[in-house]
Design a protein around this ligand. Sequence first.
Ligand code: GLC
Length: 534
Amino acid sequence: MLSNHLWWQHGIIYQIYPRSFLDTNGDGVGDLAGITHKLDYLKWLSINAIWISPIYPSPMADFGYDVADYTGIHPIFGSMADFDELLHAAYQRDIKVILDLVPNHTSNQHPWFIESRSSRDNPKRDWYLWHDPHPESLSVPNNWLSVFGGSAWEWNEHTGQYYYHAFLKEQPDLNWRNPAVQKAMLDIMRFWLDKGVDGFRVDVMWHMIKNAQFRDNPPNFNYQPGKDPPYHQFIPAYSTDQPEVHSIVAQMRKLLNQYKERVMIGEVYLPINQLVTYYGENGSGAHMPFNFQLIVAPWDAEHIFTLITEYEASLPKEGWPNWVLGNHDQSRIVSRVGFAQAKVAAILLLTLRGTPTIYYGDEIGMYDVAIPPELIVDPQEKNQHGEVRGRDPERTPMQWDASNNAGFSTTTPWLPIAPDYEVNNVEAERDKPDSMLNFYRQLILLRQQEPALQIGSYIPAGVTRNSFAYIRQLHNRRLLIAVNLGHTAEFISFENIAIKGQIILSTQPAQAGNHIESRIELAGDEGIIVVLAD
Ligand code: GLC
C-alpha cells in the first residue's frame, strides 16, 4: 500500500543535536560514536531517519552553525571514519541519515571569508556581501538587523567596507547571486550525496538571497518594545524571502533528483501562504519546507483546527505535508503546554497527515532546563540578555539512565542536566507503562502499522471550544482522532458523520478497548485514537 510513497513520506524523522546525545570520549560533549552507539535505541523506538545538527569543523560561535569546512568533521565529534561507521551502522538498521546544510553563511574562520576580507580585489571578495558605508550617514549601509542583536553590518577596518551577517558577526552571509558560490555549495552537497547521505535539512532557507538594491526594511508597527525581540522592529521584507531564492533552491533540488530518493527539508519560518512557495513551482523546490505551525501557534483548539485546514488547503498538488513539535531553537513542548498536553501534542504530531519530526528527548518528556546565568552559552542569549529567550534550556544532555550525568558522559557536560534525571530517563521510563517514552513508542508503532496514518487522507470531523477531531482514511480503513486541548471534560458530537468504533489508544490507558458511538466524551487533557467500523 505504501509502494507509491517514498521513505521520507511514510517515515518518521528524529532530530539529534549531536553535542547533547551521547558523549563516548569523556569530554562532556556528545559525538558521532555516541550516535552510533544509540542506533539500537532508535531502532527500538521505530523511527526511520535521523537528522543530525551540524558536525563540521567550526569555531562553535553558534555551536556548529558557523561552518569552517563543509566537507570535514569537527574533532569534537570524531573523524570521517566515525562518520562512515555511523552511516554504515545506520544503513544496517534501515535508518536513513539526513545532514544539516548551512548554505546561507559560513564561519568567519572559513578560508573563503579569510580570503574575502583580505583585500577588495581578492577573487573571493564577491563571495560575501560587502558594502560601502551609507553615503549620507557614513555609517551602516541600511537598517537591516541581525537576528542575534544589533545591526547586521560589521565594519572591516582593513578593507574599509561593511559585510552583512544575518546572525552573528562570526557568521558572514554568502553572496548567493555569485555563480561561483552556487557551484561551490552544490559541489559540497554532491560530496555528501556521493558518500550516501539521504538528504539535507537546509538551514535558514528563506534567508539565502537578499534584495539586490539592499533597500531598507519597513518598520513593524506592531512591534512591542520590551516584549518582542529587537529583530522584530522591522519587517524583513528585503533581507529575507526574496523571489530569487526559489531558483537557488531549484538548483539544489535538481542535484538531489540525480540521486535516488534523497530528501531536502527547508528551515523556513514564514506564514503558511509564503511557506508553501518553498515547494517550488511544479515540485521544483524543497520536498518539505518545515511546517512549524504547532510550535508558533497558540495552543488553542479552534486555532489549531483551522490552521490544519488552511495548511492542507495551501499545499501544492504534489506537496507533501510535515509537522514538527520542537527543535534546538524552540522551547520544548512539555514546557510550552505541560506534561499532560505534551501527550496530546504527540498524538497530533504522529497522526496528522505528513511526515513527523521528533526532537531528541521529547519522547522522554524532557523540558526546558533552567540554566544558571554563569553557565549560559547560547550566543543569541548572551548578545541580547533579557531581551530574548535563550536556547540552552532545550539543548541539555539526553537523559539515558540514573547513573552519574544521566549516562550521557563520564564528566561534567557542556550544559547542565535536568535535575530530575534520576527519575526521568530512558531506562526508567522503559519499565513504566504510562511513561512518555512508552506513550511515544506505542504511537509510533501504531503509525508504522497503519498505512491510513502514514499516507491516508485527512478529513476534518468537528471542533468544540477546547477539542477537535479528524479522520485519517485509506480505502475503507478509517481512524478517528480526537484531542482535548483543555483541562476539563468535553463532548464532541458528530452530526453529519457516522461515528462508531473502538478506542485503540488513549492518553488515559483505561479507555483503550472502549466503544464509542456518535458522541465522544473526552476527559481533560485526553486524546484518543478510534478505529471506525466499516
Ligand atoms: C538556524 C539554526 C539555528 C542557528 C541559525 C543560524 O535557525 O536552526 O540554530 O543559530 O540558523 O545558523
